[in-house]
Design a protein around this ligand. Structure first.
Ligand code: C2G
Length: 133
């Protein structure tokens, strides 16, 4: 029984997020997703369109997701890995190398990002449409 964990904002949930979660789940048997709170997002210099409660609820209803927890800080990963007996930490390869320090505690896997889709692109497209209206 392998448990996988991943972290993210998952704002304006899109196919890139879904692909990531499905790929992460395929690495093990159980998938825990730590969704960034609005307060933590400000530490990431991110302002999400959708509030934490709704982002967490959407992610919790994705078939391959077994549990959702809050991501409140950069520092919580090691504690989470120990608390939830995590076997694999997985995240998109836009973070390649950034979480290698976790290799002391569990396997670290960087998964291929889905090309040509991002929350910022979606926001820009919506902005352009609004300008045309
Ligand atoms: N992702 C992806 N393909 C995309 C967009 C995102 O695979 N086209 C992945 C990211 O690599 C990440 C996850 O989906 O693994 C969530 O992406 P974000 O919501 O942008 O999360 P991020 O801001 O990268 O937060 O502590 C880690 C951070 O909380 C990660």
């Amino acid at each position: 029984m392998k448990t996988v964990i991943t972290y993210g904002t998952f704002d304006m949930f899109h196919i890139g997020h879904l692909n990531l979660l499905k790929r992460a789940k395929k690495l093990g048997d159980k998938l825990i997703v730590a969704v960034s709170t609005d307060e933590f997002n400000s530490l990431k210099n991110k302002k999400s369109v959708i509030c934490y409660e709704q982002r967490a609820k959407i992610v919790s209803h994705i078939d391959c997701v077994d549990k959702v927890i809050a991501e409140n800080s950069w520092e919580q990963k090691i504690q989470d890995i120990q608390k939830y007996n995590i076997d694999i930490f997985a995240i998109g390869d836009d973070w390649l190398g950034k979480f290698d320090f976790l290799k002391e505690f569990c396997e670290v896997v960087y998964l291929e990002r889905t090309k040509n889709v991002s929350t910022s692109n979606l926001k820009n497209k919506i902005g352009q449409i609004n300008e045309l209206l």
